[in-house]
Design a protein around this ligand. Structure first.
Ligand code: ATP
Ligand code: MG
Length: 458
């Protein structure tokens, strides 16, 4: 019991990032009127800020936030553990349109757990009281109108302070404001577990913030802080979600898709390009490579047993992806495999497929249920595109009855009927383009930097 107590953080007993997900949901859905906020407070994920890397994580999160907010009349300020935005020019208030854009854009900023439009004041009691008094009536009226006139409003007062500025503890600040509000607004009913209206006061060294709404952020670690990965991106539902999850942990993603023109239509690659457009929003970069596998697939069709085709395609895909990854200095491949979903995703087949390359293969969806993956795809914004019916490279010459448990020696025996793996990889790379996902124009694969360096040495 005592151990449990010690672990429990102050406040409502939940870590910030958990209460951010659960507590303020209802008010966010209700939407408040334009209150004339003068700031927007962003909260980081706690994990991002542990240890020596804190400053660089913060800088990365801020840089990404600035990119996402480009064009909005805002300035970005960073203080230890918090980022907040202020209207430009100073003294302006945030319009409802800007608040809405902030809600939308900060939801894409990895590393943020929540954001709140807020009143920024001096960290003094009278200034905070004035900010609450100025806005609370309108907030209360808006909630009452939506709940039904005369209905009690479940309410909670929450305070945090990073400084002992007011000579009051967080609890004392809460009681102070609760007393004021409850006497003036008899419609309020204290409900700490499930408040509909939550007043938050945060007191820091130089400022205080008063807020009523929390918009959820995606959490995770700031974009592009964990090294590069190469995502094998099909037009399906799973691989975009696998990409998102890896990017959310800081992986900087490039993408490779395999098609089989002329057996697959141009729409196959276009569909993937549209998915990349959405995924790139989260990190602001990412190259798409499109590899035409038709020629190697024909060799596999003509020389190998039909039942092994899918496994052989997959091993080739991994080898080609690993070569592209090496050129991009990526440390891992990412796939959307989920255990047992299809024949190529049995444990035995996954092992045989992985054995095609020494490169680390990450499978973030290995234990995911399709339903969960679809929910995530919906919230990322890729589901509708993924559900469009477009032929996929893997369905070209697909066997009716693929092996579910392909022993490695048998697979290797099949591969000996083909040109050596390096040669097949080169053949595929010769049919690889870089796709501009905005214009859909394609360009040649740039020369291998390692090969260029070798030539330079000669
Ligand atoms: P997805 O919905 O991501 O297509 P899936 O359930 O259809 O996955 P498979 O078709 O077996 O499963 O593919 C497993 C994984 O292999 C994919 O998630 C993706 O990472 C990779 N993959 C399959 N086909 C392609 C392709 N044409 N281009 C790039 N990667 C592919
Ligand atoms: Mg697929």
């Amino acid at each position: 019991m005592r151990g449990r107590r010690r672990l429990a953080p102050p406040g409502n007993g939940l870590p910030d990032y958990i209460s951010a997900m659960s507590a303020p949901r209802q008010l966010t859905e209700m939407r408040l009127p334009d209150l004339g906020y003068n700031a927007y407070l962003c909260r980081y994920s706690e994990i991002a800020l542990k240890g020596r890397n804190r400053a660089s994580f913060e800088r990365a999160a801020v840089a990404n936030l600035k990119r996402l907010l480009e064009g909005l009349p805002l300035s970005v300020r960073r203080e230890r553990g918090r980022v907040f935005l202020q209207p430009e020019p100073p003294g302006d208030t945030l319009t409802a349109g800007v608040v809405e854009a902030l809600r939308r854009q900060t939801a894409k900023c990895f590393g943020l757990v929540s954001g709140s439009p807020a009143f920024l004041t001096a960290p003094e009691l009278p200034a905070i009281e004035a900010a609450v008094d100025r806005s609370f009536g309108a907030v209360c009226a808006a909630v009452a109108a939506q709940l039904g006139e005369g209905m009690p409003i479940p309410y909670a007062m929450r305070a945090r302070r990073s400084e002992h500025r007011l000579g009051m503890t967080s609890r004392e600040i809460e009681i102070h404001f609760a007393d004021r509000l409850l006497t003036r607004h008899p419609c309020l009913r204290v409900n700490l577990d499930n408040p509909l209206l939550r007043v938050e006061v945060e007191v820091r060294r130089e400022h205080a913030f008063v807020s009523y709404e929390r918009f959820p952020g995606p959490g995770g670690l700031p974009a592009c802080t964990a090294g590069r990965v190469m995502v094998l991106l099909s037009g399906g539902i799973d691989s975009p979600v696998a990409a998102y999850l890896t990017m959310r942990r800081g992986g900087a993603a490039d993408f490779v898709t395999f098609h089989s023109a002329p057996y697959t239509p141009p729409a196959t690659v276009e569909k993937v390009a549209r998915i990349v457009r959405i995924l790139r929003e989260f990190q602001g970069e990412g190259t798409l490579y499109a590899v035409n596998l038709a020629e190697p697939q024909k060799l596999i069709r003509d020389r190998c047993s039909e039942r092994f085709r899918t496994v052989l395609y997959r091993r080739l895909m991994l080898r080609v992806a690993a070569e592209l990854a090496r050129r991009r200095e990526a440390a891992a491949l990412v796939t959307g495999d989920s255990l047992g979903q299809v024949a190529s995703q049995t444990l035995a087949n996954l092992a045989v497929i992985s054995a095609a390359t020494p490169m680390l293969v990450l499978r973030p969806l290995i234990g995911a249920e399709k339903r969960e993956t679809m929910d995530l795809a919906r919230s990322i914004g890729t589901l509708a595109i993924s559900e469009e019916q477009v032929p996929d490279s893997c369905t070209v010459f697909a066997p009716a009855n693929p092996v579910t448990k392909a022993p490695l020696p048998l697979v290797e025996a099949q591969e000996r009927r083909l040109p050596p793996p390096d040669e097949l990889t080169r053949l595929a790379l010769a049919q690889t383009t870089r796709v501009n996902v905005d214009t859909l124009e394609t360009g040649p694969l740039p020369p291998d930097p390692a090969a260029a360096a070798d030539t330079g040495r000669d």
